[in-house]
Write a protein that binds this ligand. Structure first.
Ligand code: BTN
Length: 223
């Protein structure tokens, strides 16, 4: 693994996708600030100085869409464990947000890299609010500094990377469930009410509704 650090980039994810072939598996692209940080669903990711913004290049030997979504959730588990090891009660919101007391401090955006019809790999972009003051977002956000966690970017990145390696060797679904407080609770996901009964081996939600069980690939959970 090598880390390629930049002062400023439009987006570490965009850079990783555009230069995918020049990097090796597990290489990391990091930027101090991003001018066009991307969030999920086409949202912007506020990327002022003081946050950690990086993208890891993944060229797994067995590449398929299921493995790709698992790796994204493995990254969420890795970030959550890292922050818990630093003393804060972080937890996971399915499918891959990391929160503290209902407020988000980390977002993860994965993008598949394709050439024609073949899947070449995946980039996983991670943004962690460490100590930036002016986070622009429509949703409640918090930074690690606000919750009493003092950590340098280098240590945070090293710990996340190391946990990312170890969680890949574990049963990540069990690890995810241990860190996800809404398991077995009543929730609403994209307007559908039910009990969040389980997470299957592909990381999908099993929701028990009045009409029966539904398998949900992605969605916005409220509880
Ligand atoms: C989300 O909407 O929750 C995902 C946010 C992902 C942000 C990170 S910051 C590093 C990487 N580069 C980007 O442009 N986005 C991701």
């Amino acid at each position: 693994m090598k880390i390629f650090g930049f002062d400023i980039l439009p987006s570490t994810n965009t850079f990783a996708v555009e230069h995918f072939d020049s990097f090796e598996n597990q290489d990391i692209i990091m930027a101090e600030t991003q001018t066009a940080g991307k969030g999920r669903k086409g949202r912007k990711w506020s990327s002022e100085t003081g946050g950690l913004y990086f993208t890891i290049i993944l060229k797994p030997s067995e590449i398929n869409a299921e493995k790709a979504s698992s790796l994204t959730q493995i990254m969420a588990v890795a970030v959550c464990k890292t922050v818990r090891n630093l003393g804060a009660g972080a937890y996971l919101k399915w499918p891959n947000d990391v929160l503290y007391k209902g407020k988000k401090f980390c977002g993860i955006l994965s993008e598949a890299v394709v050439s024609g019809t073949s899947f070449k790999g995946l980039v996983i972009g991670v943004g962690v609010n460490i100590e930036q003051k002016n986070i622009v977002s429509e949703k409640p956000f918090i930074s690690l500094a606000d919750i009493g966690v003092k950590v340098s970017k280098t240590v945070l990145l090293e710990e996340i990377f190391s946990n990312f390696q170890s969680v890949q060797k574990q049963n990540f679904i069990n690890e995810f469930k241990k860190l996800c407080p809404t398991i077995n609770k009543e929730i609403v996901v994209d307007g559908k009410k039910g009990i969040f009964e389980d997470i299957d081996n592909a990381g999908r939600m099993i929701l028990k509704t009045e009409k029966g069980r539904e398998v949900i690939m992605a969605g916005d959970v409220q509880f």
